[in-house]
Design a protein around this ligand. Structure first.
Ligand code: COA
Ligand code: ZN
Length: 314
């Protein structure tokens, strides 16, 4: 697609797909393993920097992703794409090492209430457990990323302060993570807040790999992604069709929709390296797979260069 106005920068943006983890974890019926593998294989050829394949959580907590080993073993590993997985504890890390992953995406919440709901423990206990996972990862030469849930707000304890967020970023930076994902788990962030958070975080740790992870729960998702880009962020999580949601956060709904975000950034002249037509085809098939309409407005309306026949004149 041609951008307007024509871009002079063509800044590279790194797009990370989370539909088979954040998207599938909250589904009510189990998606067969071979369907998950087939979708990931198609997405692997669409230009992503990273794909979050699954999570090595307790199958009792997240039954939809109980087949994480089989999915990891079954997918094609396309060169240039990093295959990451969500890891909540040491047991999950050991399972992931047994099948080989490119990154551990560790998870804990900035909000104490959400951490207890999601991970059944206090933040300090999560931090201690994840510190052991980071030691294990380093001894296996696996890079680590920490996804900090409820970084902007929590449905149980309200808006997250920048000080609280920076406190946990400091702790994880000190134990040697490669990257930090700042997650708006239930769509509570606004663009001004995003801009401030991104500026402070990047200026304190310019060498960390920063990712922003937004949900569109209150319709601010793409506005927040734009605020992040304007603050220098170049890496985003997003979900095909806008599927997603945290089973442990009241009112949580889908992530920002990958094809909508890519369509916007492509039109603005950014270099996403994503084949948008391939995404739209995958998103359409995903609707059939889950048996309901996805929140993707782009899937409904088509790209801006789609032309319609003029209505008949009376
Ligand atoms: N993989 C497989 N099984 C696991 C596991 C893992 N990573 N972690 C724990 N288990 C098993 C234990 O072996 C135990 O099994 P048993 O009952 O057969 O003995 C059982 O789960 C309970 O173990 P426990 O250590 O007491 O864990 P818990 O019940 O306190 O659960 C978590 C802690 C973090 C593992 C669990 O809450 C979880 O996986 N949550 C999912 C978080 C998530 O993905 N949220 C959405 C994304 S943000
Ligand atoms: Zn999420």
């Amino acid at each position: 697609m041609t951008s307007y106005p024509p871009s002079k920068t063509h800044k590279r943006l790194y797009i990370q797909e989370v539909v088979t983890r954040d998207g599938f974890q909250a589904e009510s019926s189990f998606i067969p393993t071979e369907q998950k593998i087939a979708l990931i294989n198609r997405l692997s050829h669409a230009g992503y920097a990273k794909i979050e394949v699954s999570s090595f959580t307790s199958p009792k907590a997240i039954p939809m992703l109980a087949d994480a080993e089989a999915v990891m073993k079954g997918i094609e590993r396309v060169p240039g794409v990093e295959y990451t997985v969500l890891i909540p504890n040491l047991k999950g890390a050991e399972r992931a090492i047994s099948v080989g992953v490119d990154e551990f995406n560790l998870v804990m919440s900035v909000s104490e209430a959400h951490n207890r709901a999601n991970l059944k423990m206090a933040r300090e206990d999560s931090f201690a457990a994840l510190s052991s996972v980071i030691v294990l990862a380093h001894s296996n030469k696996i890079p680590t990323n920490i996804s900090l849930s409820t970084s902007f707000g929590c449905p149980m304890s309200g808006i997250t302060s920048l000080d609280d967020l920076m406190y946990w970023i400091d702790r994880f930076a000190a134990v040697g993570v490669r990257g930090v994902t700042i997650c708006d788990t239930t769509g509570m962030a606004n663009p001004a807040q995003v801009q401030k958070v991104c500026e402070v975080a990047q200026s304190k740790y310019p060498d960390l790999q920063w990712t922003l992870h937004f949900h569109n729960t209150r319709g601010m998702g793409l506005a927040n992604a734009l605020a992040a880009v304007n603050s220098g962020i170049d890496r985003f999580d997003s979900s095909l069709g806008g599927l997603g949601g945290c089973p442990y956060a009241p009112g949580a709904t889908g992530n920002i929709c990958t094809e909508e975000m890519v369509h916007m950034f492509d039109l603005m002249g950014f270099d996403t390296q994503i084949d948008i037509d391939a995404l739209l085809a995958c998103s359409k098939d995903l609707q059939s797979l889950i048996g309901r309409t996805l929140p993707s407005q782009l899937l409904m309306a088509g790209k801006v260069d789609k032309l319609y026949a003029a209505p008949c004149q009376p």
